[in-house]
Design a binder for this molecule. Structure first.
Ligand code: NAD
Length: 286
């Protein structure tokens, strides 16, 4: 089975749209794009178009390529204090190898719709998920929709980045799966991947996972995005792995749309939480 991430994302979007209608106002999402990287520009455009579909008001702050950390931090500060901005997203990577960690920590935790703030990461690790990274959340959402019970399930994750592998491992543990995380230094990768009932691959290496590395009946999530001869491909040899797996996500049309749909739903989550806090404060005033 091809796991149709795009169709699932459309359902999540419809749900976000209804939640926006119930809120009675369009939540605001601000994106910050530093420089002019064409791929980053395209990702920001995709996110804004998705916002339009569900009634989220998006704004983009475009900073010049040579913007230093102070300028980025000032931009974040001003967005933190804007009432019409419920979510803030800093598009990565930053130009010139600028370390994004200070900027990530400067985003108000309640507006951190990408889930990278250390406080939100800490909540995730402590098993009290709030706003979490969108790609892992999209994979969990897809597994729920497929009806996969994660309790005791053998999950193998290839890739241990802060964006995908590490937060996903925490989310899987929070759901009582048995988790194994592999990376570039893992010896005999196939020995681990062959054990997986759920295999998630986020390495950024085209064709890394072949048919003989996949357990029969496994669900395979291909996070990788690689450009090979002008075509976008994942990390999994799609056609051959499809023959042994219970389901595989295509690239494009799999994990990518799910990730964007999670960004929208978390922006609505953030707006709902901020409204609750505001209402509590108003009650206290009376
Ligand atoms: P990264 O580039 O920060 O790290 C790569 C990870 O893969 C590391 O843990 C590394 O040790 C591991 N790795 C690299 N080569 C390996 C090998 N040969 N064998 C085993 N492990 C290996 O990772 P990232 O930022 O998580 O991105 C991974 C891929 O996922 C990239 O292609 C990226 O573009 C894509 N991505 C897609 C989405 C989406 O929404 N679809 C979101 C995030 C990232």
């Amino acid at each position: 089975m091809i796991i149709d991430g795009k169709a699932m994302a459309t359902e999540v979007e419809a749900d976000s749209r209804s939640r926006v209608e119930r809120l009675g106002f369009g939540p605001g999402l601000a994106t910050i794009l530093v420089g002019d990287n064409p791929a980053s520009r395209m990702y920001v455009k995709i996110k804004h178009a998705a916002c339009d579909r569900v009634g989220i008001c998006s704004v983009n702050v475009n900073l010049p390529e040579d913007a230093d950390e102070t300028v980025i931090l000032e931009t974040i500060e001003s967005l933190n204090s804007r009432e019409d901005v419920n979510g803030i997203l800093l598009q990565l990577p930053l130009p010139g190898g600028l370390d994004p960690s200070r900027a990530m920590s400067a985003i108000a935790p309640e507006k951190d719709v990408d889930g990278f703030h250390p406080l939100n990461m800490g909540f995730l690790l402590a098993g009290a998920e709030r706003l979490v990274p969108c790609t892992p959340k999209g994979i969990i959402c897809a597994l729920e929709r497929l009806g996969v019970d994660l309790v005791g399930t053998e999950v193998v994750i290839v890739g241990h980045s802060n964006v995908v592998g590490k937060p996903l491992a925490a989310m899987m543990l929070n759901r009582n799966a048995t988790v194994q995380v592999c990376h570039v230094y893992t010896r005999d990768l196939a020995e681990h991947t062959r054990r997986a009932e759920v295999l998630v691959v986020a390495a950024g290496v085209a064709g890394l996972i072949k048919k003989n590395m996949v357990r029969e009946g496994a669900y395979v999530f291909d996070v990788g995005i690689n450009k090979v001869a002008d075509k976008v491909v994942g990390d999994v040899e799609f056609e051959s792995v499809l023959k042994v797996a219970a389901g595989v996500t295509p690239v494009p049309g799999g994990v990518g749309p799910l990730t964007v749909s999670m960004l929208l739903s978390q922006t609505v989550d953030a707006a709902e939480m901020q409204m609750e806090t505001w209402m509590e404060k108003e009650k206290e005033k009376r």
